[in-house]
Design a binder for this molecule. Structure first.
Ligand SMILES: Cc1cc2nc3c(=O)[nH]c(=O)nc-3n(C[C@H](O)[C@H](O)[C@H](O)COP(=O)(O)OP(=O)(O)OC[C@H]3O[C@@H](n4cnc5c(N)ncnc54)[C@H](O)[C@@H]3O)c2cc1C
Length: 349
């Protein structure tokens, strides 16, 4: 049987051999998994669907835990509110559709984000003016350092723009379940202007959950923001850079040149990473390096093809960030997470 690789477990399809792949589909098997990992020299790499991960060419000699547990449990809190506890491996797309079918509001704008529910707190997944922090109540984890389960209420997860305590300490915690508070109501007020335009409603309007879910999916489809495993841009991890922090002076300087700048939910000023990439000459579909190009639809989604390597991909991102820094003084930070054994000196962003 061919050996599993990090490439086979991630959407970018980069990365070398995995020591052991443990597919976690039954929560009741968790203690057996802990015992198996406990005897290994290397800590585990944890993956959901691998849609935000770059696997190292050298692979990972230890265990790779692929979270595939599924299930949704609902508890009514009052006439309006339900607590929804979801297994980490549950596909986010299924959960969003389930909520839309049940007219439960709070996660409708997350439609079309690939991956698992358990990964959403890791980078506070979000889109179209909504993020998982808006509805997260608590997270249960396995703490590998303490060797026991723990529950973090949402504030203890330190969720902020595309980050959290889980992203800061990769491998320390495996998220087992998350609990959301959803409301039986119209969708949350629309705050993202392009979504309001898609729905043909004013900002602040509250269409039905189903309408918003469908509008988000339609908008993402048109903008090439859905993962199509058979399409030309199949090998990607979504946006490769976060929208970078800018000073007030940089914001004034670059918004005068038409760069979109916004104040995020954390209160910080951020510029559009996609606009900055276009400024330094990137264009949809154009090659960046051997085996690395921008997606057919947008510069910010960088795609691997042919004989691409993880080091080559990482180096291409490093070079792009350097071009933006030289031209604007603004520092781009990568969004996807590097997993496996990366030689520290090979790639710097
Ligand atoms: C086409 C496309 C569009 C995208 N659009 C968006 C978007 O609009 N907004 C957005 O936020 N993201 C977006 N993404 C990125 C990605 O889909 C999300 O970040 C998603 O939440 C990742 O889920 P996953 O299961 O694939 O995580 P993985 O890629 O498997 O893992 C990502 C990180 O989370 C960790 N992790 C995963 N599961 C667990 C767990 N159970 N416990 C602890 N750690 C865990 C991994 O170790 C890794 O560090 C997009 C990606 C693609 C390819």
């Amino acid at each position: 049987m061919p050996q599993d690789t990090l490439a086979s477990l991630t959407t970018l399809r980069l990365g070398g051999p995995a020591g052991t792949v443990l597919n976690i589909s039954d929560p009741a098997d968790w203690q057996d998994t802990v015992r198996a990992i406990g005897t290994q020299e290397h800590g585990p790499v944890i993956l959901g669907h691998g849609s935000n991960a770059i696997g190292a060419d050298a692979g990972h000699p230890g265990a790779v835990l692929v979270m595939n547990t599924r299930g949704i449990a609902v508890k009514t809190l009052d006439d309006m509110t339900v607590a929804v506890t979801v297994q980490a491996g549950h596909p986010l797309a299924d959960l969003v559709q389930w909520a839309a079918d049940g007219r439960l509001a709070g996660i409708e704008c997350l439609a079309g984000i690939p991956g698992t529910v358990g990964a959403t707190p890791v980078q506070n997944a979000g889109a179209y003016g909504q993020q998982i922090a808006d509805t997260l109540d608590s997270v249960t984890v396995w703490d590998w350092d303490m060797g026991r389960p723990r529950t973090f209420p949402a504030p203890a997860c330190r969720l902020r723009y595309r980050s959290s305590r889980f992203k800061e300490a990769p491998g320390r915690w495996t998220i087992l379940t998350i609990t959301l508070r959803l409301t039986r109501s119209q969708a949350a007020p629309i705050s993202y202007r392009p979504l309001a335009k898609e729905l043909d409603v004013p900002v602040g309007a509250r269409p039905s959950v189903q309408e918003v879910t469908e509008a988000v999916l339609a908008n993402r489809r048109r903008r090439g923001l859905l993962l199509d495993p058979d399409g030309p841009d199949a090998r990607q991890a979504g946006s490769v850079f976060l929208n970078p922090l800018v000073t007030a002076a940089q914001a004034a300087r670059w918004s005068a040149e038409a760069c979109p700048v916004h104040r995020d939910s954390d209160g910080e000023l951020r510029a559009s990473a996609g606009w900055l990439l276009e400024l330094v000459g990137c264009r949809p579909g154009e090659a960046i390096a051997d085996g690395v190009r921008c997606s057919e639809h947008r510069t910010l989604s960088v795609v691997a093809y042919g004989e691409a390597t993880a080091v080559g991909f990482g180096q291409a991102l490093t070079d792009l960030a350097a071009r933006v820094r030289t031209t604007t003084g603004i520092t781009l930070q990568p969004e996807p997470v590097r997993v496996g054994q990366w030689a520290v000196e090979t790639v710097r962003y």
